[in-house]
Design a protein. Structure first.
Length: 641
């Protein structure tokens, strides 16, 4: 099945882009014709960025799982939808065809129903990378429940906060998850998260590691038991069915929590129809997907990349999505290449941090691995440095595979700026051109739009695309304040950006207090709050600094008045506190003890100075005369780690 809306040449891209700007409604209506609707839309787009109010395809009725599964059954029932590669290479690979995916999703939807889950209910999913995670997500979507997947690296406290914010009554989890040499006790983290929780009624536990778990009567049930019972309900005379709930185009599909510049993560909400169209359109066009190809996105489904490019994008396009349970360095640094070789992967989509980390092992792990199946390479999540780009292009792609550098965010639902593989040119370190439907603008500090080329500024988008976030869960005003109030009538991305002489965009990094550590978004305020919870900490300030592998590392300046003399013990205790409050992913890389922080007379911390010191730029710190106590800067400089 070729995709009629797949742009196949540079000219077609120009044409599609132009049409999407001149006649966005006509453009997206034509794309939307390629999906399965119970009822088509009354209006393609209704929007303003002041409230904000954004509605795509309003009045339309659909279910995303029919688009991701049922509509492929007539022609592709036996084609693999998901190929699952386990953490341990000696364990058996699992291949889930579209027919078996259909059955499992129907079965799990029935399980949810049996357990009292209804349309609109929030279901928190905290699982490792097993196919059952995809069944859980799609099972929710089938009955119209709103899934909120939480990455396995978050702590019990983070889960508790998210459960409360989403008012979730249901959880799907695993006993444990395998990641490299580790067995992470997920259910036990959930048990801790549920201490004092009064809203969660049911926890469904899938057995993966057979780690001993507590099972509380009346609350906890086993996935396997529930699925077995549900099977008898959904299968009659060999025919599997579970009616897909008819959803409104603008009903919420999922919540995904992400960090911002304030202390508390926000629940980004995506709605059914717009997200589906966007995830699909970007998948088909950026990767130039051809039927039969095997697409391997190495992200975890706990992040937006996994939602859009392991699950919804590929499945809605009838693709084969490879899902990997483990990590790139287990059992050794050749694991990605083994997977490419074993499964004859055609498209590889990964993060610059993974490339940099693998680069550190040299080319030996690539030796003897047949990578000739690869046709397209992609990167996502953070700026890619020139060296990593070329290493990827030369050693992995053998200079024969187009490399797409895809820029986007949790809030954007899918890729906004990227070259289209083999169709529009790549330029190392540049995400290059906006996708059809995306209208980027650069603005200066005062919000004035910067015209022309060879310029830089803050990146905003001036027109909605179908995949844009609709709200932040339970707090629409927060959504407005975060994204739509900094610059009038613009969506503000939080990223700095430059535009070259040919109009290519290069994302330079966040301009707000958000860090990007190994492609994970972490708010400095969040880390500071966690550090400050340690009994010995008086105050702290957190900034990012360049890190060879992670992109950015976390540098914390801490004022300490506890009784532990030993600095390394203090550091370990503070790191442990952060791991408890947020999760191990937010542990500071460096903790410097200081007696004071550089503050203005009004008490504001001058982060600019702290950032420069952490970056090792101590000579030129700029104006420090407005500081309350300029002496403190000398002390901090001298104690730099
Ligand atoms: O700063 C940008 C960076 O990651 C941020 C979004 O993070 P998150 O919502 O976690 O989503 C990550 C996966 C889409 C952006 O604001 N970022 C993402 N992709 C790129 C990037 N920076 C530079 N180049 C990219 N390709």
């Amino acid at each position: 099945m070729p995709y009629s809306y797949q742009v196949r040449s540079s000219e077609q891209y120009q044409e599609a882009y132009k049409k999407s700007v001149v006649d966005p409604e006509g453009f997206w209506a034509a794309v939307a014709e390629n999906f399965y609707w119970h009822k088509k839309w009354d209006k393609v787009l209704d929007w303003n960025f002041t409230e904000p109010k954004i509605e795509w395809f309003s009045g339309a009725r659909l279910n995303i799982t029919e688009n991701c599964i049922d509509r492929h059954l007539a022609t592709m029932a036996d084609q693999p939808a998901i190929i699952w590669e386990p953490n341990n290479p000696d364990e058996r690979t699992r291949t889930v065809t579209y027919a078996s995916l259909h059955k499992r999703v129907c079965q799990f939807a029935q399980v949810l129903k049996n357990n009292g889950v209804k349309k609109g209910d929030r279901v928190c999913i905290y699982m490792g990378m097993v196919p059952e995670l995809a069944y859980a997500i799609l099972g929710c979507a089938r009955i119209g429940a709103v899934h909120s997947v939480i990455f396995g690296g978050f702590s019990a406290q983070s889960i508790a906060d998210r459960l409360e914010d989403a008012k979730a009554e249901f959880i799907v989890t695993c006993d444990g998850a395998y990641r490299g040499g580790k067995d992470i006790p997920l259910k036990s983290v959930i048990d801790d998260a549920l201490i004092g929780n009064k809203t969660v009624k049911r926890v469904i536990v899938y057995t993966r590691t057979r780690t001993p778990v507590s099972m509380i009567k009346g609350r906890d049930v086993w996935w396997e038991d529930e699925m077995e019972f549900a099977e008898t309900q959904i299968e009659k005379d060999g025919v599997v069915s579970f009616p897909a709930e008819e959803m409104d185009a603008e009903d919420p599909l999922f919540i995904l929590y992400t960090s911002g510049s304030t202390g508390k993560p926000k629940g980004v909400v995506h709605s059914v129809a717009g997200y589906m169209v966007w995830a699909n359109y970007t998948f088909v066009n950026v990767f130039q997907y051809r039927q039969g190809q095997i697409h391997f996105c190495t992200a975890d489904i706990g992040w937006i990349t996994g939602h859009s490019y392991i699950v919804y994008g590929p499945l809605s396009a009838g693709a084969t999505s490879l899902m990997f349970e483990g990590v790139p360095t287990y059992p050794d640094a050749g694991r990605f290449w083994d997977i490419v070789d074993k499964h004859k992967v055609n498209i590889l989509y990964t993060a610059p941090t993974a490339i940099r980390s693998l680069m550190g092992f040299g080319t030996a792990p690539l030796a003897g691995k047949d990578l000739s199946s690869l046709q397209i390479l992609g990167t996502v999540g953070e700026p890619i440095n020139e060296e990593a780009w070329h290493w990827y292009d030369e050693n992995v792609g053998k200079k024969k595979c187009p490399v797409v550098d895809t820029w986007w965010q949790t809030e954007t639902g899918g890729i906004l700026i990227s070259n289209l593989a083999g169709v529009t040119p790549s330029k190392p370190t540049y995400a290059t051109l906006p996708l059809p439907g995306v209208q980027p603008v650069l603005v200066d500090e005062n919000g004035a739009i910067i015209e022309g080329n060879n310029v830089s500024g803050n990146l905003c988008i001036k027109f909605p695309w179908p995949g844009i976030l609709r709200t932040t869960y339970g707090d629409h005003e927060r959504c407005r304040l975060n994204y739509f109030s900094t610059y009038k009538n613009l969506y503000f991305t939080g990223d700095g950006c430059l535009r070259d002489e040919a109009g290519n965009y290069r994302i330079t990094g966040r301009v707000d207090d958000v860090l990007n550590v190994s492609g994970h978004r972490i708010g400095t305020a969040e880390v500071e709050n966690a550090i400050n919870m340690h009994t010995g900490v008086v105050e702290s300030a957190v900034v990012g600094y360049p890190h060879d592998i992670k992109g950015q590392g976390i540098y914390a300046y801490v004022i300490y008045n506890g009784h532990h003399e030993d600095e390394s013990l203090r550091r370990a205790d503070i790191a442990q506190t952060v791991a408890r409050v947020i999760g191990a992913i937010a542990k500071p890389d460096k903790i410097q003890f200081v007696t004071g922080l550089p503050k203005t007379r009004s008490g504001k911390i001058m982060r600019r100075i702290l950032r420069k010191i952490a970056e090792g730029e101590t000579a030129n710190l700029g104006d420090t005369t407005t500081l309350l106590d300029p002496g403190v800067v000398e002390e901090i400089k001298n104690g730099k780690l």
